[in-house]
Design a protein around this ligand. Structure first.
Ligand code: NZQ
Ligand code: ZN
Length: 386
């Protein structure tokens, strides 16, 4: 096991009815910017619950943060923060609203003239304007980590930022919120969380026995709840296990002391930036081909995953590893998630070259746990995903 520091200061308020407890977590007298998305919270009662909890605070609202939070929209919110002298923010939404709010947290204190630099040369953030979250969609883990991903239509870019200054102060996780989540987003949530675990697990054996078991148990739980949550969104036991699995998949815990990959996300983000494909679906397009292309260096962990998560007991290591990739792809299909780029766009032909040249320009010359996935290999993987 490698050495590590583990720090996660986000307070979790988990369970039915917990949204009302946010009142006690916000500093007294704070002027709060409440951020949200396209309006789903106004149809499912979450808006009212939050407004009730904020009764004793001065509140300014900023709605309309779109999926894949858009830089231009966030700049409007930044103006509001400055004009209104906001000193706390509350993000009410899924990963997009939370990530958008993290960007605002950093941008509100940023001293440079161009906040886009927070996604490029200054993307490690030590200090941000404090904020909490009310999660409405289990998927990204953003509610308990310090990362954010922001998109920019103008340049078709999607880039990440993060750092110790961007952990939410608290997050309210009430599993009953999933009752109104559209099926497509539930499938996305399961796929995204599952792939988060894969990115932190599917590398090479590193003696992290407990980390491996954590990762495997999150994947097993997601596999178990997936069909049930799709079938009945009002089953509280299933909803709560689904929600907590998504949070645990990316709150930093399982990646401590072990190597991580994250190449699937790097390639996937480009597919969203170029074609607007839902984040989780881009991962399902890339992951199986990435594991096939890097079979040699990943097969031990692939076989372990095959045995422990999918109960593949027959055959040698290569055959177990191959079957494990097939099982993973079938799992995505079982959620009605297509795994070929051409299922999403007819316009795919130059995609691999475009992504490889973007990575070259950015100096991303060695992705993955061995830092050996160069732009040529990226091109191969993306081509295989057509
Ligand atoms: O905008 P509203 O009206 O709220 O509707 C949203 C949106 O259309 C809807 N929704 C959310 N909760 C709902 C609901 N509809 C009905 N009932 C509810 N309770 O769902 C749609 C999608 O929401 P979005 O926030 O975009 O989804 P998700 O949580 O999957 O977030 C995706 C974003 O997170 C980033 C992705 O790249 C993408 O931009 N990620 C963030 C990560 C992080 N910060 O750690 C890690 C991930 O790998 C990922 O990259
Ligand atoms: Zn993800």
């Amino acid at each position: 096991m490698n050495n590590f520091d583990f720090y996660n200061p986000t307070k979790i308020l988990f369970g039915k009815g917990k949204i009302e407890n946010i009142t006690d977590e916000i500093p007294e007298g704070a002027k709060v910017l409440m951020t949200y998305g396209g309006g789903s919270i106004k149809q499912n009662g979450i808006y009212e619950q939050v407004k009730d909890a904020l009764e004793d605070f001065k509140v300014v609202e900023f709605g309309g943060i779109p999926p894949n939070p858009e830089y231009e929209v966030l700049l409007d919110a930044l103006d509001v923060i400055k004009e209104e002298d906001i000193d706390f923010m509350l993000a009410v939404g899924g990963g997009s609203v939370i990530d958008g709010t993290k960007f605002l947290s950093a941008a509100a204190l940023y001293e440079g003239d161009n906040p886009w630099e927070l996604l490029t040369e200054h993307n490690r953030v030590e200090e941000g304007l404090p904020f909490g979250t009310v999660l409405t969609l289990p998927a990204t883990g953003s509610e308990m980590n310090s990362g954010a991903v922001v998109s920019r239509k103008e340049t078709k870019e999607k880039l990440a930022m993060g750092g110790p200054g961007l952990f939410p102060k608290f997050s309210a996780l009430d599993p009953t919120v999933i009752r109104t989540v559209p099926e497509r987003q539930l499938a996305n949530g399961i796929t995204d969380a599952f792939t988060h675990v894969l990115e932190q697990y599917m590398t090479y054996p590193a003696g992290g026995h407990l980390q491996d078991r954590f990762a495997e148990s999150i994947m097993q739980t997601l596999i178990e709840v997936a069909p049930k949550v799709m079938e009945d969104q009002s089953d509280y036991e299933i909803a709560s296990n689904f929600m907590w699995s998504c949070t645990m998949a990316l709150n930093g815990l399982i990646q401590k002391g072990v190597p991580t990959d994250w190449a699937v996300h790097a390639m996937g983000h480009e597919l969203t930036a170029l074609y607007g494909i839902d984040h989780a679906r881009t991962l399902a397009i890339i992951a199986p081909r990435h594991y096939e292309e890097n079979f040699g260096s990943k097969k031990e962990k692939l076989a372990q995953y095959g045995e422990r998560v999918w109960n593949i007991t027959e055959g040698d290591m290569d055959s177990k590893a191959t079957k494990a990739i097939q099982k993973t792809e079938s799992f995505f299909h079982s959620l009605n998630i297509d795994t070929k780029l051409s299922d999403y766009t007819d316009n795919y032909e130059e995609t691999a070259e475009i992504i490889a040249s973007r990575f070259k320009e950015r100096g991303w010359l060695g992705l993955g746990e061995h830092e050996n996935i160069d732009p040529d290999k990226v091109e191969e993987i993306v081509k295989k995903a057509y």
